[in-house]
Design a protein around this ligand. Structure first.
Ligand code: F6P
Length: 343
């Protein structure tokens, strides 16, 4: 068979490990050939591709990013996109695609399969860890380590200066990075998209902690966290091809509000794309390898419309559409447990 591979959406550590696993097992065990499409869905739409071989995928296991490049191209936002894509795949003699991506890339894959019969198998990835049908995505563990290390570092400088330190981490719809790094790093307040916050309550928790003899605090806020209606102003800054708002800025706005309302000197740090860059943790390398192997095995059996998912400790194939029907957000019980340590 001739299999196409693409990586779409925001990059994350472990993408190269997944590509390597797919190609290595696909060539050595199944005898396939590989076409690597450039920049997510842009590759098959514009016929931009490279050959993927065992040689070209050597040495990439520990490398962050993706050797294929990525983009947020939406094939359904292009005139005749799905037809063009099918024509290009047929022209290259591609029997099926493996799409490695998050909510948007896999959402497009599910629609291309269901509505246009494109043969595709999905591999889930995202540092946000918010895809349905899988218990964890690769990329998350690495981002979590970066965020936890940042909290540890902020702790020492916060204590020296008697400051409130705010750390803004990624997490558009789900607060997994904020919640877990906040728990691991001993944050005093954690704000996530699933629980709109009241800035007065945040200030009350900080003041309570300070009245108990501490002179510094750490607040972790997910970029998608929102104030309860009417409690603080919100701002937006444009959308991408999938209609997502460009986020960022909640940390800075909270910095001003907390300092103004409590009188404590406050500083915000935006961790941003450092969470997505760099070498994957051992856990992410192994998970990416396992889902990559499951995906190429499924493609070899022409199990199109499925996705490799982590269920408990096992990797299983699940319907692709299940990944995007409902995002996996932080359950109330997990947040309630974290609240034990607030203030
Ligand atoms: O989807 C993953 C993610 O990391 C989100 O948390 C974040 O909002 C987004 O990517 C930002 O991506 P970019 O700046 O590349 O558009």
């Amino acid at each position: 068979m001739r299999i196409g591979v693409l990586t779409g959406g925001g990059d994350c550590p472990g993408l190269n490990a997944a590509i390597r696993a797919i190609v290595r097992k696909g060539i050595d065990k199944h005898g396939h050939a590989f076409v690597g499409f450039r920049d997510g869905w842009r590759g098959p739409l514009e016929n931009e591709h490279i050959e993927l071989t065992i040689e070209s995928t050597r040495g990439i296991l520990p490398r962050g990013g993706t050797i294929l490049g990525t983009s947020r191209t939406n094939p359904f936002k292009r005139d005749g996109g799905p037809e063009q894509l099918k024509q290009n795949l047929a022209g290259l003699g591609v029997d099926g695609l493996i799409a490695i991506g998050g909510e948007d890339t896999l959402g497009a894959a599910a629609r291309l399969h269901a509505e246009h019969g494109v043969p595709v198998v999905g591999v889930p990835k995202t540092i946000d860890n918010d895809l349905g049908a899988t218990d964890q995505t690769f990329g998350f563990d690495t981002a979590l380590h970066v965020a936890t290390e940042a909290i540890d570092r902020l702790h020492t400088t916060a204590e020296s200066h008697n400051r409130v330190m705010l750390l803004e981490v990624m997490g558009r719809h789900a607060g997994w990075i904020a919640l877990h790094s906040g728990l691991a790093g001993g944050a005093d307040v954690i704000l996530i998209p699933e629980r709109p916050f009241d800035v007065d309550e945040v200030c009350r928790l900080i003041s309570r902690r300070h009245s108990r003899g501490r002179s510094f605090s750490i607040v972790v806020v997910a970029e998608g966290a929102v104030p309860r209606e009417g409690t603080m102003e919100t701002v937006t800054a444009g959308t991408d091809e999938f209609g997502h708002e460009r986020l960022g800025g909640i940390g800075q706005r909270l910095e001003r509000e907390i300092e103004r309302r409590t009188g404590y000197e406050t500083r915000a740090t935006v961790l941003g794309h450092t969470q997505r860059g760099g070498t994957p943790t051992a856990f992410d390398r192994v998970l990416a390898t396992r889902v990559g192997i499951a995906a190429i095995d499924a493609a070899s059996e022409r199990r199109w419309g499925t996705m490799a998912a982590l269920r408990g400790n096992a990797v299983e194939m699940v319907p692709l559409k299940d990944a995007v029907v409902q995002l996996r957000t932080v359950p109330d019980a997990d947040f309630d447990a974290a609240e034990t340590f607030f203030g």
